[in-house]
Each structure stands twice: as C-alpha cells, then as structure tokens.
Design a protein around this ligand. Structure first.
Ligand SMILES: Nc1nc2c(ncn2[C@@H]2O[C@H](COP(=O)(O)OP(=O)(O)OP(=O)(O)O)[C@@H](O)[C@H]2O)c(=O)[nH]1
Ligand SMILES: [Mg+2]
Length: 655
C-alpha cells in the first residue's frame, strides 16, 4: 500500500523533529539529525537551517509494515502557509501536531479548517509531553473546544481494540451499530469501521509523545499503520491521472514538476495531456525522480499512489491535472489562503529590471501567490506576500539563488473594491468597421466569493460563441474599481444581452465592449472599499490586559471578553491587517518577551477609513484611460465617444 501523509502544526510544534524520528525509526535515514544542530534531513536549505524554521514543504520516503510512506513536512509559520496549503492536494492523510507546551493556537485552527476543506482525514499527535508543565487534560480540552469533539484517545498501539473504541464507533457508524447491539462483530469488523470513520473525518485518533526524546513515535506509527488505508493498487490499470502539487528548480535551474499519481502508471517517454487556458496541451516525460529529502532516485516508471518529480516540463502549474487518457480535467486550484500585503522591490546592484523580472517569475512559478507585477506607469515591481518574515527570506533567497541584491519597501495592504447593490452596465464599441455591444448586470455577492459569471443572454440575440468570448474577457484581467483603482471583487457579472454585427464584429471588439460595460456599471454603482483583516489570539500576563485592550481599540480591532487563567490573559479578536501588522513587535517589547500574538489572515471586509485611504492613494479615474467607462458609437461614417452618464441613450440593447 502507498500512503502520502503531511505533517502540520503551528510554528515550532516539532513537525520537522517528528518527521526526522519517523524516517530514522523506519531505517530511511541512518543518523538522527536535529533541527537545532542544523542536521535534520528535511530542513536542508541554508536559510531554513540558520533560522531554525521550515520554509519549504520537503518530502521524505520510508517503508513500514510492507507499506510505502511518502511524508511531507510543511512550514508552520503563517507567512509560508501558502506552501503548506499547496501540499494538501497531494495527501491521503494528515498528522496534526499540537505542542504540549502551547496547545491549540490560532494557526492550528486555521490548518484544521483547511484540512477539512480538502476533506483530508487527520491523526493528532500531542508533542513535547516531556516538558514539566505538560497536562494532557488541559490540552485535550483545548482540542475539544477549538478543533473537534470527535477525538479518539489511544494510549498505545495495544489499545486499538477495546470496549471504548467499539462504543465510539457504534455512535458514528450505523451498520456497525446493528452488529454492536447484537454483540455480533469480529475484531476485524471493528478495525474496518474505525478505518472507515477516520476516512470520513468522523473520528480523529489522538496520541501523545515527544519527538525530541523519541517517546511515543513507534506506537504512533503502529497505530497509524493499522488505522489508515488507501486503494491505489486497484487503480493501477486505469490510464494515468496525476495532480501537480509543487514546482521547484534544481541547482542548475531546471524545472521540477512534483506530481501525485492518482491512478495508472507513468513511464519515461510517455506523453500526457492537460488543459491550459482553453486548449489541450501535451508534453513528454523525459526523467522521473523520487525525492527523499535532498537526495533523489531516478525511476523508469511510477504507479498510482506515488509522489514524484518530472524533470524539465514547461507548462503545468500547481493544481494542473495531467493524464495519459483521452479526457483531462481542468482543475487549477483556487487556494483558500491569500496574500494580504504588497511590497515594492528595489534593486540594489546594477541588475537590469528585465533580468530581475525573469528571476522573480521563476520564484512565482514555485509560489504563485507572489503575483509578481511590473507597473508600467511607475516602473515599479510589486510582489504580494503574507508577511514581513517572508520578505526577509525572499531577500536572502534572491541573493543566494540568483546573486541579485534587492530590498523591499514596507509592505502595504492590498485594498479591494466591491459594490453596494446591483446595477446594469452598458458598453458599446463601434469605431469604423468595428461593432460590439454588451449589457450586463453587476450584483454584489458574499465576502470572499471573488468574481463570478453567468449568462442570461438569449442565443437569438448573441450566439454562444460570443457569450463565451465575453466570459473570457470578464476573467482575463483584474478589473479596477473607481474609488482607488484597486481590484474589484465579490461581484457576480451577469450577461443580459449583447449585439454583434455580421460583417463588422472582429476579434477584440467584445473585449472593449465588456471592459467598458463593467466600468460603466461601476460608475453607476455605489462602491465600497474593502481591506484585509486578521483574526488574532493574544496571550500575555494579566498585568498587561488593560494596555492590550486599549491597543486593540486604537488599532481598530474588536475582541471577545478576555479569558483569565492562572495570572495569564487570553484575548481573541479581529482587526485590519494595516494596523495590526506591526503589533507583534510592540507587544513583545512592552511585555518584555512574555506576550505573544498569532495573526491569521481572515478575509476582506469594509474599510472604516475609506476616505483617508482614497485621499492617500489619489486615484484619478478620469485619467485612467486604459480603464474607461466611455463608449464609442458611429453615425454617418464617423465615430464619436459618449461618456458613461449619457451612454444609455445610444445603446442598441436598451429596451
Ligand atoms: N522539549 C521538547 N522539544 C521539542 C520536541 N520536539 C521538538 N522540540 C524542539 O522544538 C523546536 C522546534 O522544533 P521543529 O521540529 O523545528 O518544529 P517545527 O514544527 O518543524 O517548526 P517550523 O517548521 O519552523 O514550523 C526545536 O528546538 C526542537 O528541538 C519535544 O518533543 N520536546
Ligand atoms: Mg519544521
């Protein structure tokens, strides 16, 4: 059997140490390395070793009870959580580590929610049980309150089959309940039921130990081995389907495409297809590598359930589904986590901008969240990031990988815009021998839903082909709002009507008409400025409570009633990224290192400082000629422009 497992936790809970133990105990590595000695087999990058944190999701491989395990050690720091999320699409199971010293933190909750959205079954390991203050009851209560009540505590590997577990399973599986009530089930029935309810995420096995001291690791492994199951063997004879979950470049700059094989077999020289944009592309496999830490082994073929890298592919990106069969599925992931900050890149040596852009695009292929952009008007290079630590790491990475010195300006939050209520927008584009008209409705949708599209246009008015063209134009670029020129979001674009001309409509006319229709709609709408928010959890000594509460108010945050416990205070709340991004430094400083805050990106919401931000950004919609709301008409062989507020009088689709 082949099983891919990912290790997740908030920063410093012991993921890399735990992974090292699994690799060592199963004989995959000969020496037990340590994060603190820079010798662990997962944190192999120099920057990771110097900082003592994991930045890249690396993978290892080990054998246990005749099964092959692929293990992915992920970063726990919030700034690198996009990397953590990307690895989730390769997984069969997750192991969530909870530190016995700090319990369930805000980031642990986020990870647990993310795992649930990917429908990944989870085993929980409470680590650092060797510390004096460890209290199992406190930590399990914390898990029950913040993550799930469905935990199944297992003391050791001998503890898998007992009365409690039968009770627990009967509560969650109807078929088993019947045989349980009649006391007519075998040990195997119970085992299969537990495996099933774990897979269905109705049961979360929980064990304890210490990764550093090697306590509880073997028991955990034995339990995990008995209670997890995959069915890849049955799928080996189907055609090959795989999913790209990671892109890297080796020391020579050659692109490595990491793929999880979901079914079938892939051999060297095989050709596979995938959907890119609207076309089906194909590429050929020239070299296959199976990685274990930094080392790799070349393979001639791989089977369902394997995770591997193909060397030198050009196009597939994270989320692409590739297949050797006839049908391919277009499954570019919409990742849940988002970068809330943007920063300007300054070149400190004499590197040419185009060279730097080329290198930044390499980093962007590995981390699409960076969204590297060159702004023509200001000649600025902007990148999106999740936090300041990520910027520090990027600076070092750009130096060590490409030899280019850069620094980053203080990150700014990325604002967005939406509308208050539905409006209809019209766009007409008819210079001489051109023709296109678009009528659409813009409807506000729930926060975080982004831009969506629907056509309600009758095919008698506009053929389907043109309707698809309009849909593509809606999604092909980021449309700017009119308050600050920030991207618009949470809007459903409904195509209501459109007109083409049998002779004069040429490629690009519907692009112009669509852009102008969106913009005309925005002019008519009441726009709302949105800003990104963090949810936060603060832990500090009780004496600092007053100061912290007043800070939260000053920073435009809100919070629940503080919880006091043994001289400490715990405060949970939410506030704008803009004002909270520097607060951790301040908190650590005035609490003399005893206080801590964990911040988690928590979506966009209405910006209370709208007027200040509009003034600060100073966007002039009239001068933004590339995003105009004006329509172009033609009369008696001459074309003329009509401003948005008069356009409807001229439109052909106005009923
Ligand atoms: N006392 C104790 N310390 C531990 C244990 N496991 C790990 N540590 C220590 O905790 C620190 C963090 O360990 P890592 O394994 O790097 O933690 P991580 O979760 O991989 O951290 P990131 O990858 O940066 O999120 C190191 O100093 C470890 O030596 C444990 O069981 N007990
Ligand atoms: Mg680590």
């Amino acid at each position: 059997m082949k099983k891919t497992i990912g290790i997740f936790a908030h920063v410093d809970a012991g993921k890399t140490t735990f992974t090292e133990q699994l690799l060592y105990n199963t004989g995959s590595i000969r020496n037990l390395g340590r994060v603190d000695h820079k010798t662990s087999s997962m944190d192999t990058n120099e920057i990771e070793q110097n900082r003592g944190i994991t930045i890249f999701a690396d993978q290892g491989i080990f054998q246990y009870n005749n099964d092959t395990y692929y293990i992915i050690d992920t970063p726990g720091h919030m700034d690198f959580s996009a990397e953590t999320e990307r690895s989730m699409s390769a997984l069969d199971y997750a192991i969530l580590i909870i530190s016995g010293s700090s319990g369930v933190q805000a980031h642990t909750t986020t990870l647990f929610k993310l795992l649930s959205s990917y429908n990944i079954p989870v085993f929980i390991f409470i680590n650092k049980c060797d510390i004096d203050s460890f209290n199992l009851q406190v930590i399990t209560d914390d898990i029950k309150n913040k993550l799930t009540g469905d935990i199944l505590y297992l003391n050791s590997a001998d503890d898998i089959i007992n009365q409690n577990i039968a009770d627990f399973s009967a509560d969650r599986d109807e078929a088993f309940l019947e045989s349980y009530l009649q006391d007519d089930y075998s040990t195997n029935d119970l085992l299969e039921t537990v495996i099933k309810i774990i897979k269905m995420r109705l049961c979360f096995p929980l064990m304890t130990g210490s990764a550093l001291k090697g306590i509880g690791i073997n028991d955990f492994l034995e339990v995990f081995s008995s209670l997890s199951k995959t069915e890849y063997e049955e799928k080996e004879h189907n055609y090959f389907v795989g999913k790209v979950y990671k892109i890297r470049h080796d020391e020579k700059g050659i692109r490595l495409t990491f793929i999880k094989a979901l079914s079938g077999k892939l051999r060297i020289k095989d050709e596979f297809t995938f959907i890119k944009g609207e076309v089906i592309s194909s590429e050929k496999v020239n070299e296959i590598r199976v990685y274990n830490g930094k080392k790799f082994e070349n393979k001639n073929e791989i089977l369902a359930g394997d995770i591997f890298a193909v060397v030198g592919l050009k196009s597939p990106v994270c989320g692409t589904v590739i297949a050797t069969g006839e049908t391919t599925i277009d499954e570019i992931n919409n990742f849940h986590l988002n970068a809330a900050l943007k920063s300007k890149v300054n070149i400190l040596d004499n590197t040419d901008v185009t060279i730097l852009m080329e290198k930044l695009h390499i980093l962007e292929s590995e981390d699409p969240m960076l969204s590297v952009a060159f702004i023509k008007e200001t000649e600025n290079i902007l990148i999106s990031v999740m936090g300041k630590i990520q910027l520090e790491i990027l600076e070092q990475l750009i130096k060590s990988r490409f030899g280019i010195s850069v620094n980053f300006e203080k990150p700014q939050v990325e604002y967005k815009e939406t509308i208050k209520s539905a409006v209809t927008g019209y766009g007409h584009f008819e210079p001489l021998r051109h023709y296109a008209e678009v009528k659409l409705t813009l409807e506000p949708t729930s926060r975080g839903s982004g831009i969506t599209f629907e056509s309600q246009c009758h095919v008698d008015n506009l053929i389907l082909n043109y309707q698809h063209t309009i849909e593509n134009h809606v999604f092909e670029k980021v449309h700017k709002g009119i308050l600050t020129g920030s991207p618009i979001t949470d809007i459903k674009v409904i195509l209501k009507d459109g007109r083409a001309h049998i002779k004069h409509t040429v490629g690009g006319d519907f692009r112009e008409a669509t852009y102008r229709a969106i913009r005309q709609g925005l002019e008519k709408a009441e726009s709302i400025l949105l800003e990104p928010f963090y949810s936060f959890e603060i832990y500090a000594e009780e004496t600092y409570m007053g100061r912290i509460m007043s800070d939260i108010q000053k920073l435009r945050g809100i919070c629940e009633a503080p919880v006091l416990n043994c001289g400490n205070v715990y405060i949970k709340g939410r506030g704008p990224v803009e004002s909270f991004m520097d607060y951790s430094v301040e908190l650590i400083s005035f609490t003399k290192g005893t206080g801590s805050i964990s911040l988690m990106y928590d979506g966009y919401d209405v910006c209370e400082n709208t007027n200040d931000v509009i003034l600060k950004i100073g966007y002039d919609k009239e001068r933004d000629v590339e995003n105009t709301s004006t329509s172009v008409f033609c009369a008696k062989g001459t074309s003329f422009t009509v401003p948005w507020y008069e356009a409807e009088k001229y439109m052909h689709t106005v009923s």
